[in-house]
Design a binder for this molecule. Structure first.
Ligand SMILES: NC(=O)c1ccc[n+]([C@@H]2O[C@H](COP(=O)([O-])OP(=O)(O)OC[C@H]3O[C@@H](n4cnc5c(N)ncnc54)[C@H](O)[C@@H]3O)[C@@H](O)[C@H]2O)c1
Length: 318
């Protein structure tokens, strides 16, 4: 297929593009480098340096699909500057949908997020968040992604778009040299690895009094290779006139202390950690049921937390 990958110079988009190329697809990347890296765009892809509005000049009826990862995605920034998220995520995606409608491109895979669920309900069966969990985002970032999900449902019903929203939980790991390079880096594993290298001010442990087994927050970590694979499966699976949502998680949670232990084991380094108070809006536990994606898409994540850390460490050490 001929596929437009928006955000293809970013962490997840670059690995999605890598897997598309490996499977013989034609890849066109659109990225404005607001958060991406030109060296993450692989040689086999065609790259357009531009904002999402440039999709109007790129897309035509020769394209089969769009995988839409370009977004603003910092929770704290979204609270301080919500307008950036309404424009950068909602309005920009509306423009992309207008272009897809005008050019007859009917397949879309969209990067959604666990942030659309807000604080999970207490007493979930097995503690797992399924796709029918109520959506109640607690920040403008999550609200902007949920608004796009609603747009996709309406676009599918009214104009025959085929769309899949993939709700990611915690993503980590690397694929060869393609690794997480966010600025600022707010994710636990890359920050622990930097601390293990002796860089930065050490890792911060936000909250040791959560109602979890060891008092630290529990999250569901998924390897970037497994996450990227779900995009290809969704792209092949999606049908015109439908919008489906899938949670991408392993169903197994790891606490911050467990991740810190695993980083110590994998790297063989002491990880300096300082204890800080809880951050506002951080739920105690976020673990996804990935059952729907397994059953419907045939998705089969292969990698463990240790694999995630080992691959991220290898990529960081170069
Ligand atoms: N990394 C995670 O843990 C995580 C979790 C849940 C959801 N997501 C979603 O996954 C997607 C990719 O995340 P990532 O971690 O790879 O982020 P990233 O910042 O590494 O990649 C996003 C890319 O999009 C580009 N971009 C942003 N706005 C753009 C615009 N208007 N026009 C063109 N390009 C633009 C950036 O330059 C960047 O290269 C995002 O939509 C994010 O919200 C990520």
């Amino acid at each position: 297929m001929k596929v437009l990958v928006t955000g293809g110079a970013g962490y997840i988009g670059s690995v999605v593009a890598q897997q598309l190329l490996a499977q013989g697809h034609e890849v066109v990347v659109l990225d404005d480098l607001s958060a991406g890296h030109p060296d993450a765009v692989l040689a086999g892809a065609t790259w357009h340096h531009g904002d999402l509005s440039a999709a109007a000049d790129i897309l035509d009826s020769s394209f089969d699909a769009v995988i839409h990862l370009a977004a603003k995605s910092l929770v704290g920034e979204s609270v301080r500057h919500p307008e950036r998220y309404w424009h950068g995520n909602i309005v920009a995606t509306l423009g992309l949908l207008d272009t897809m409608r005008a050019t007859g491109v009917k397949r879309l895979v969209f990067s959604s997020t666990a942030a659309v669920y807000g604080n999970p309900l207490p007493d979930l069966p097995g503690g797992l968040i399924t796709e029918d969990h109520p959506t109640a985002p607690i920040n403008p970032y999550g609200a902007s992604k949920l608004a796009i999900d609603h747009m996709l449902t309406a676009e599918a019903n009214a104009h025959g778009l085929g769309a899949v929203s993939l709700r990611y939980f915690n993503v980590g790991g690397a694929s060869e040299g393609l690794r997480e390079r966010h600025d600022p880096e707010t994710h636990l594993i890359p920050n622990l690895l930097k601390a293990a290298q002796g860089e930065g001010e050490g890792a911060k442990l936000f909250g040791i009094d959560y109602p979890t087994a060891d008092g630290t927050a529990v999250r569901d970590y998924i390897h970037i290779l497994d996450l990227a694979q779900a995009h290809l499966l969704a792209m092949e699976w999606v049908e015109s006139g439908t919008h489906e949502v899938f949670n991408l998680g392993t169903g197994v949670g790891s606490s911050v202390l467990e991740v810190i232990d695993a980083v110590g084991r994998v790297t063989g380094k002491e990880v300096p950690v300082t204890e800080e108070p809880r951050r506002a809006g951080d739920p105690a536990t976020l673990v996804a049921s990935g059952q729907k994606a397994r059953e419907v898409l045939g998705w089969a994540p292969q990698h463990s937390l240790e694999d995630i850390i080992a691959d991220a460490w290898k990529a960081l050490e170069g």
